[in-house]
Design a protein around this ligand. Structure first.
Ligand code: B4P
Length: 191
């Protein structure tokens, strides 16, 4: 069974490449960002809590995210055939919880696809998306906080997964198709 984690800074192309990975490998897509935005739209308790963090460019607390993810895994039988985790994990405790959750379900992370993109390009992409997305976190000030949070709290995961022998470093600059060709090569090597 194939379980892919797609990893990278905000704007690195996680959501974009996830769509192509799903098309080719038929995985169940879990984007924690999308799940949180749906909770906010539906006005749930989790959504109301998450809103404040997302608007400031901060991470939503680990335990809320971990419980939310366990709930998605348990309520979707299709996740048993393979999942792409998009935007999760973002901290070491989340990565440890993911290992535990998958172990309990008799499986594990197959590969971590790490997208490497220059910071100026990240800011450009997110500002461009901000002009059409209406996302409250796609403005210059919040993008800066999201990049700080990424550098301080999320980037240490790279070393975590290198140590586990699961990290595939992917050059994330170029066209969407060029980047996907690099990802395909890395996934096919572990499939
Ligand atoms: P996410 O929704 O995951 O947002 P993101 O990091 O910006 O990535 P996204 O997938 O949307 O963008 P992509 O790089 O594909 O998270 C939002 C917030 O939710 C977080 O800040 C946090 O507060 C909270 N959250 C989510 N998960 C959490 C967790 N696990 N723990 C705690 N909090 C959590 O694309 C960006 C843009 O680039 C797009 O417009 C795209 O079209 C463009 N693009 C992509 N590839 C390109 C290319 N090759 N060339 C040019 N443009 C490209």
């Amino acid at each position: 069974m194939l379980n892919v984690v797609i990893f990278g800074a905000p704007g690195s192309g996680k959501g974009t490449q996830s769509e192509l990975i799903i098309k080719k490998y038929g995985l169940f897509h879990i984007s924690t960002g999308d799940v949180l935005r749906a909770e906010i739209k539906n006005g749930t308790e989790l959504g109301n809590t998450a809103k404040g963090f997302i608007e400031k460019g901060q991470l939503v607390p680990d335990q809320l995210i971990i419980d939310m993810l366990a709930n998605v895994l348990d309520s979707n039988p299709a996740t048993k055939d393979g999942v792409i985790f998009d935007g999760f994990p973002r901290t070491i405790p989340q990565a440890e919880a993911l290992n535990e959750m998958l172990k309990e379900r008799g499986t594990q992370v197959s590969i971590v696809v790490g997208l490497d993109v220059e910071e100026s390009e990240l800011i450009d992409r997110l500002l461009k998306r901000g002009q059409i997305s209406g996302r409250s976190d796609d403005n210059y000030e919040t993008i800066k906080s999201r990049l700080d949070v990424y550098n301080n709290q999320t980037s240490p995961l790279k070393a975590f997964y290198i140590k586990e022998g699961k990290y595939a470093d992917i050059q994330g600059m170029g066209t969407v198709e060029e980047i996907f060709a690099r990802i395909e090569k890395a996934i096919d090597a572990v499939k």
